[in-house]
Design a protein around this ligand. Structure first.
Ligand code: AR6
Length: 170
């Protein structure tokens, strides 16, 4: 049976009252479209000002800022892989989830929400990404006593169903 702390929600991540939300950013950390654009719009200009001081972020890694006008206290910015079909794509996507959770644990954030990293502009196949996201988070939470809830926040119903199926398959 899957960990009851793992849940799927069909929602706009900028509305979630969790301790930390994760942003699917690009290496510049200076904003973009998709969930990144939505987070910057909702957080306000102070988020971009803090991001400018971070010096970018490598794919697979993560950096933290405050959440400013968001309900979430923190934003964890991670950079997913652009899908190429090469074997290292999977490992880099898993690293985004692992490194984001490691940062969140140190804050400590007890509740955290992830978007479906790399499945929009970066074109990662959605079913494959959902399986990697769910398996990686489940493994990271085994033996963990910091997190009380990890949300897979999906912007559309099809993505929510893929994550629910991946959870059921654990
Ligand atoms: N809440 C939750 N999920 C969302 C939201 C939202 N408000 N908006 C979109 N999504 P994408 P990527 C979903 O393209 O593929 C940016 O320009 C969306 O449906 O946001 O990692 C960055 O600056 C999809 O399932 O991120 C980078 O340049 C998922 O979020 C690039 O896009 C990810 O789609 C990153 O591409």
């Amino acid at each position: 049976m899957s960990d009851p702390r793992l849940i799927v929600r069909h929602a706009d991540i900028t509305t979630l009252a969790v301790d930390a939300i994760v942003n699917a950013a690009n290496s510049s950390l200076l904003g973009g479209g998709g969930v990144d654009g939505a987070i910057h719009r909702a957080a306000g200009p102070d988020l971009l000002a803090e991001c400018r001081r971070l010096g970018g972020c490598l794919p697979g890694e993560a950096k933290v800022t405050l959440g400013y006008r968001l309900p979430a206290k923190w934003v964890i910015h991670t950079v997913g892989p652009v899908w190429t079909g090469a074997p290292h794509d999977d490992g880099m996507l898993a690293a985004c989830y692992r490194n984001s959770l490691a940062l969140a644990r140190a804050l400590p954030a007890r509740t955290i929400a992830f978007p479906a990293i790399s499945t929009g502009a970066y074109r990662f196949p959605r079913d494959r990404a959902a399986a990697i996201a769910v398996a990686t988070v489940a493994e990271a939470l085994a033996g963990d006593d910091v997190f009380t809830q990890v949300v897979f926040c999906c912007f559309d119903e099809a993505s929510a169903q893929l994550h629910a199926q991946a959870l059921a398959n654990l």
